[in-house]
Design a protein around this ligand. Structure first.
Ligand code: TYD
Length: 203
């Protein structure tokens, strides 16, 4: 698939993947690439730094919200994000690059008992489908080594099983026309080259 980077129209690009795959680094790099083409870029992430996103981060650091409430907060956070930033920026012809979006809700809240297909439908009722979803895919053991290398502590046994299931949910999107799965075990430069390749309109 390819997305035409040259038309001065809004483009929505999303990065997803388990922790440790390099989403935020590649989102930044892609933002610089589009800026160098003279495009106006908005780089953002979910959960956001808005009120719902802050509540979600607080709960992750203290006592986790119950599953219903957590899903509700992620949806509210995204509704604000879509209304206040994503839709207006796309309407102004900007390139919007997101580090996580509703596919994370499918994967992570899917683990808490919700049906990923229902979560997707609830999101797509208000949130625009991306022009391109880049899934950075990595073996869970390598991702865990990278997370440990950052100094983050986790209950590795529990976390491993969860990450496997989250990875599978992302990989399950592979047949969607707007999805590109990229092997995140490659070098940063190789990954970045493959990402930029998605915007070659000759392909
Ligand atoms: P992330 O931005 O990756 O964390 P950090 O900024 O600490 O690196 O995302 C925070 C966590 O939120 C991550 O573990 C995934 C989770 N998450 C969900 O459970 N559902 C969602 O809809 C989103 C967007 C994130």
């Amino acid at each position: 698939m390819s997305v035409d980077a040259w038309k001065n129209e809004g483009i929505l690009i999303v990065f997803e993947g388990i922790d440790g795959t390099g989403k935020s680094s590649h989102a930044k790099r892609l933002a610089s690439y589009f800026s160098s083409l003279g495009r106006e870029v908005v780089l953002s992430h979910e959960p956001t730094n808005g009120p719902w996103g802050r509540k979600l981060r607080e709960s992750a650091a203290t006592v986790r919200l119950d599953a219903e409430q957590e899903l509700e907060y992620f949806l509210r956070d995204r509704q604000e994000h879509v209304e206040q930033l994503i839709r207006p920026s796309l309407a102004e012809g900007k390139v919007v690059i997101l580090d996580r979006y509703y596919f994370s809700t499918m994967a992570y809240q899917g683990l808490r008992g919700f049906d990923p297909a229902d979560i997707r439908a609830r999101n797509e009722a208000f949130a625009p489908v991306p022009d391109l979803l880049i899934v950075l895919d990595l073996d869970v053991d390598i991702a865990l080594q990278r997370i440990a290398g950052r100094g983050d502590q986790a209950n590795l046994f529990e976390k491993r099983d969860a990450l496997e299931r989250i990875r599978e949910t992302f990989l399950g999107l592979r047949d969607e026309p707007f999805v590109r799965i990229i092997d995140a075990s490659q070098t940063m430069d190789d990954i970045a080259a493959q990402i930029v390749d998605c915007f070659d309109s000759s392909k």
